[in-house]
Ligand binder design. Structure first.
Ligand code: FHN
Length: 599
């Protein structure tokens, strides 16, 4: 047998250490703990209203495009130096061929403006250590070390400001693989010999000061992957920088709870609303930095729905594009962003300046709020055109389509509002209706039973709505497909004893026959255990099917296992209760109960 070599695990270990915070399962309390520093920054309002930002990862890795010495890499392209263990001396030489002559700041800023983007954050220096601006602190920068010799950030700051887009820099404050004392290059430099204080003093802080001095007012300084400093040191670092631009917002990844708004994990949307200022950050394809063989771009409809979903939870979406080594934004990023912009042009009122929706996600879609208005983002039209807004106790005065302002019929029954929708294309990305109301309304409530209706192909009763008894927890599980392309799924975990329960309250709006499936992931150890689903008093037994190991670095496959065919004889509330039939082992990791009309 081949002997295991410890060194071969180092990249994995480094990645694990780097992301260990995001690997940690979140409890619901942590998910609701929103603010970063606990204090609201006086200049936070523009950010809260902005809702849509453009993230740009651009550095020497763009030139490599996911390939090194004939080998292709997948996942996070900006990590290629680390993935391929490229020595500093060789990586440095890439700069000599980096000549992004097709870069055009006005084109980028115009694209952002056409896309309805309100702020842009670009990598001034990523973990590779290369400054994409004119730095006097280190020669490893685009002006001194490349044939391009110009400062693209100057032009971009001017082009965005001209178009009213807030401009900001991403800066990797701790990781710097080029510097002997920077964080996490362990293939060239010995970990134990690093002097982080020296690195901060001689590179990170002076470079951040350059960025905060030479590029006009910055909307945001987007820090990433903190490390190497105590809370006191981080506080001093923040205080020192804040003096230069007191109005700039610092992302929560400055560390130690000292940021001005919260960033969730990469590609993560919380499953319930979050108060305060926060942001979800997503890649457009699978990588942040350009990879020429990464063609998995989110379609315009996917972007629009993602944006509405993030806004419905009260946050901003900052969507990333990775321009290539010549300075071009990938064709599909430009095209799909422009399509998103066309939608925002007509529907922006329902997104910009909104806060989270008061109505939990429904089979038809999500909602966003403004004073006296609920915007209903309909992504699935009920087949009979009758849309239910449940658990709403405001006095509704009118309902109309956002585009065209066509008045719609509605009626109120207790806390239900039933709206008669006009015909519209069922495949459209997101059709918005406005419900105007007066009076004080109840806040978002997780206890409103989840709607199940035969008017939709399927109804998802998500894990987050579970009421738990005994061992189970609701956890956000984090895993990756390729490398660093994180995915997050909220699941009920730790259902392992016969006294444990996960109970879901649903409200069936049309009586009839339905099929009920459990969507779960099940490790080999958990497979073949018995469980019971109780729908009110009716029992359905099942034995779990194996999917795969839960491995943070591998996809977490879920299956839909049909457990029951049942008849809901009356419209109304039902409880679905899941219990293991043996003690000791976790039954599965339950993502959702999927209820489909049987037709
Ligand atoms: O390691 C980086 C990664 O390359 C990318 O920049 C993302 C963007 O949020 N931040 C780090 C991982 O969380």
């Amino acid at each position: 047998m081949k002997k295991l070599n410890f060194k071969s695990f180092l990249p994995v270990l480094a990645l694990f250490l780097l992301f260990k915070d995001s690997l940690k399962a979140q409890t619901m309390d942590e998910m609701w703990d929103t603010r970063s520093s606990g204090k609201e920054h006086p200049n936070i309002q523009w950010f809260k209203d902005a809702k849509f930002g453009l993230f740009i990862h651009w550095g020497l890795y763009a030139k490599l495009a996911g390939e090194w010495k004939g080998k292709r890499y997948y996942g996070s392209g900006e990590w290629i130096m680390n993935q391929a263990r490229i020595p500093v001396a060789e990586y440095k030489a890439v700069a000599q061929t980096f000549n992004p002559v097709k870069f055009n700041a006005d084109e980028w800023a115009q694209l952002a403006s056409d896309a309805g983007i309100k702020y842009m954050v670009i990598t001034a220096k990523h973990h590779e250590g290369f400054a994409m601006y004119n730095s006097k602190v280190s020669d490893f920068n685009i002006v001194a070390a490349t044939p391009y010799k110009k400062d693209p950030m100057k032009a971009l700051a001017a082009a965005t400001t001209k178009r009213g887009i807030q401009f900001g820099f991403y800066y990797s404050q701790f990781q710097d693989w080029y510097e002997p004392n920077g964080g996490r290059n362990t293939w060239d430099f010995e970990e134990g010999k690093k002097d982080y204080e020296k690195y901060y003093k001689e590179k990170a802080v002076p470079q951040l000061k350059e960025l905060m001095t030479n590029y006009g007012p910055l909307g945001i300084v987007w820090f990433d992957t903190p490390g190497g400093m105590t809370k006191e040191q981080t506080q001093a670092f923040v205080d020192d920088l804040r003096k230069l631009q007191p109005k700039s917002l610092f992302s929560s990844r400055v560390g130690q709870g000292l940021g001005d708004y919260k960033d969730f994990g990469d590609s993560e949307v919380p499953s319930t609303p979050i108060k305060g200022a926060w942001e979800s950050i997503y890649t457009h394809n699978d990588s942040w930095g350009y990879i020429k063989h990464d063609m998995n771009f989110k379609t315009p409809a996917e972007i629009i729905r993602l944006l509405a979903n993030v806004a419905s939870k009260g946050g901003n979406l900052m969507l990333n594009v990775g321009p290539d080594g010549e300075g071009r934004i990938p064709e599909y990023s430009a095209k799909f962003l422009r399509e998103t912009g066309k939608w925002l042009d007509k529907n922006g009122e329902s997104i910009y300046g909104s806060t989270y929706g008061l109505v939990p996600a429904q089979p038809w879609g999500v909602s966003t709020s403004k004073p006296g208005k609920q915007y209903l983002h309909v992504v699935n039209r009920p087949e009979n055109g009758r849309l239910l807004v449940p658990g709403f106790n405001g006095t509704v005065s009118k309902v109309y389509s956002l585009i065209g302002k066509e008045a719609l019929e509605f009626k109120t029954e207790g806390n239900d509002v039933w709206i008669t929708l006009p015909e519209f294309e069922s495949g459209s990305a997101n059709t918005v209706f406005v419900m105007e109301y007066s009076g004080k309304v109840s806040d978002y409530d997780l206890n409103v039973p989840v709607t199940v209706s035969s008017q939709f192909k399927e109804n998802n009763v998500e894990a987050v709505f579970a009421k738990l008894k005994g061992n189970p927890k609701i956890q956000s599980l984090t895993y990756s497909h390729y490398y660093g392309d994180w995915k997050h799924t909220v699941c009920v975990t730790d259902l392992k004893d016969t006294t444990d329960e996960a109970v879901f309250n649903i409200r069936v709006t049309e009586p009839g026959d339905y099929k009920v499936a459990l969507e779960y992931s099940c490790s080999p150890e958990s497979a073949r255990q018995e469980g019971r689903l109780k729908i009110n008093d009716q029992e359905f037994l099942f034995r779990t099917l194996r999917t795969s190991e839960f491995d943070k670095k591998a996809p977490l496959p879920f299956i839909r296992h049909v457990i029951a065919t049942t008849t809901f004889s009356k419209a109304g509330e039902y409880t679905l209760q899941i219990t293991p039939l043996q003690n000791g082992k976790e039954l599965f990791r339950l993502k959702a109960i999927v209820v489909e009309p049987a037709r």
